[in-house]
Design a protein around this ligand. Sequence first.
Ligand code: FMN
Ligand code: SF4
Ligand code: FES
Length: 629
Amino acid sequence: MDEAIGRYPPDRKRSAAMPLLHLWQEHFGLIGDDGVNWIAAKLGLQPINILELVTFYPMFRQKPAGNKHIRVCRTLSCAMAGSYQLMEKFREEAGADKNYSIEFVECLASCGTAPVCMVNDELHENIDPNSAAEFLSNPQSAIRIPQSAHPLEHRLIFKNIGRDDWKIDIKTYLRDGGYEQLKKAVTMSRTDIVNEVKTSGLRGRGGAGFPCGVKWGFIKQDEKRPVYLICNADESEPGTFKDRYIIHEDPHQLLEGIAISCFALNARTAYIYIRGEFPEGAKILERAIEEAREHKFLGKNILGSGFDVDVYIHRGAGAYICGEETGLIESLEGKRAYPRIKPPYFPAVLGLYMCPTIVNNVETLCHVKHIIAMGGAKYAQLGRPNNTGTRIVCVSGDVQRPGYFEIDVGAVTMGQLIYDMAGGLKWGRQLKAVIPGGSSAKVLRADERFKLKQKQPDGSTIEQEMSIDEIPMDFDSLAAAGSMAGSGGVIVLDDSRDMVWTLNNINEFYAHESCGQCTPCREGSLWMKKITDRMLRGGGVTEDPRTLKTIGDNIAGRTICAFGEACAWPTQSFVEKFPEEFAGRATKPVPPPLPPEYTPEELIERETIPTSPLAHDPGWEKAGADAVI
Ligand SMILES: Cc1cc2nc3c(=O)[nH]c(=O)nc-3n(C[C@H](O)[C@H](O)[C@H](O)COP(=O)(O)O)c2cc1C
Ligand code: SF4
Ligand code: FES
């Protein structure tokens, strides 16, 4: 416990609340009043400061779980691959056995090997619902062998993944030229490193695509307050599963990127905020940090440069909103992950402990090492103008070979990605739609024509009309097509998919994950979910598609953080792009269009409109005794 507290500044002990809660739960199996009181006293806080964390973060339990606690992913790619059937089978097989507790959880960042579940701390992939009984009696850890590169790939970040001779220890990394770029960086001036990153044109790989060098440029060279670097390893956007593989397969690459970035920013402390569902990843990183310290790549006076830097792991506990950078910072400060309003709380100005803070995604930070190796200008030649470098795209859903592919940004089209790299659609199926950048990205319909302005290498712009297959996989093209490249999670839907079902699954995710601070997001995400749920159950009323759109329109742009857009865009785009399917499920003439629970009885002429609570699945709300089935 004291070691965990020592990872934070002495006057910021509250930050240790989540690490202490994890330790307590690992030891005692749950967090009761005694745990709450003990941790509060240890950190000099009120019990309510601890209790509010236990009730906010889904991974903390107030009641015991079974010896084998199973978390089944219920989010889109897993649901498409049979996770609801898997849950049913688990209930049949283990329902009466008190050794087991089972719950549905949201995306476990392994969508390419759906359906997946965790048994205690271990991830299990590609589970066949029909083999649930065998799985329970012998839950082999089936983490998939890394994919080797497709000819259309250009592997920079994933260059070591899948190599026969590759191990993740520091010796192997050093033999491969590891930490050479850190050695080079500490001989450069800070301004030169930041300028190289600016020249490279690197855009953030976490979702928003903000230019990394520009962000770094917000940190003043003569900053008097401590500067922090936070590596965002929360990877929770449904459809995205790249950071997990970087952490598992090449942790030193990430640490080298972090060390170079810290040197450039004069940040003497970096935190890696890793989602709670990556316990193995956290252990791998802890070991790698230890090795890097032993070799003087981290710690005091690194490589004799006079620069001190420490890197610490901070584990989340199951809340998607911790991926949003200001929610993440609140969480790292030991509070509920309530995003902060921008302005004034831009992290680079008022971030962790109100100090300047740079938050970057795992993949973004890995690129820094390659920019130092190649030089910013050479790196900028990879990809396309304004969309430079390589990026990892993750393909899941209705394709033959789901997986991750590292491409020169924009060098591959959507068609090549789906049909060549991911093996095409399942036998006899046609493409219906693609969600190109994680589940918050607006859906693209397969038969749409897109008018895209394409920047040419000489700086001129031409407008081209193209099909979905022809869209280049880059930031600007996907934005011009009306969606976004986002976090690189491409979810493919074939013609067997019901769009109301699909949207309902997505809506359930956002309704569950809203932090609840803003009324439009908290209420709207729930209404949208309740309406699509009612439509699925045969109770859709004619006004429902319009109501859904109105709710979406009244969330986007009216909230503290971009989760508002993230939850509104799927509804807005699905209803707009697939009006016939939504109309087909909205046939009951019940004016006026009120949310289901407020529809007065007298307006429901003879027809019963089914309604549903948010969580209609057993054990979905919380792990623990209530969830034992
Ligand atoms: C609702 C929401 C969830 C997010 N989740 C993640 C995430 O899981 N991982 C991530 O790197 N960025 C996530 N982001 C983006 C971060 O706020 C931030 O922009 C990013 O970490 C910055 O790093 P980058 O510039 O390297 O992309 C999320 C943003 C929002 C609005
Ligand atoms: S938009 Fe949603 S997630 Fe973001 S702060 Fe508001 S309620 Fe929380
Ligand atoms: S791991 Fe199940 S949807 Fe992502």
